[in-house]
Design a protein around this ligand. Sequence first.
Ligand code: HEC
Length: 146
Amino acid sequence: MKKKILIGLAVLFVIIQFFRIDKTAPEYDKSKDLIALTNPNSEVERILRVACYDCHSYESEYPFYTNIAPISWWIKKHIDDGVSELNFSTWGDYPIKKMNHKIEESAEMVTEKKMPLTPYWMIHWDAKLTETERKTLGDWFLALER
Ligand code: HEC
């Protein structure tokens, strides 16, 4: 009985591997990207790319484990939710009011340690921001407000 369950699970695991996630990004105007538009210093750019861009832009990187279901589905869901909430790749398309709102939220999320999401920095150690990095990024966001 136990053996049958194990075999069943193994078969199921193999089958779900056929349901791959979509890793393609749509065509978009790269001149409207947040970094392209605001030209931050290299430290801010580095933090944005290592801590935010995998989930809040069309430039997500997909490490090997994003090929393994069901982990891949869980990660894809985070990326889809992150991008729909806030997309730095299409930043220039946001109306000023929305931009200011997203700036305030971003500064708040970073200083209150709500972003990047915990499971993310547990795997991406360079995204586990220090107090100084949080302050640098938070202050930089607030200075963008218009
Ligand atoms: C692992 C993916 C991931 C990373 C990395 C990440 N986010 Fe998010 N972010 C999400 C998801 C998913 C949501 C929407 C659901 C939620 O609020 O938890 C979100 C929501 C947000 C929101 C909207 C919050 C609200 O309440 O409306 C802001 C602002 C934000 N993130 C900023 C950032 C910033 C700035 C960074 C980098 C320091 C970052 N995020 C890194 C996944 C991520």
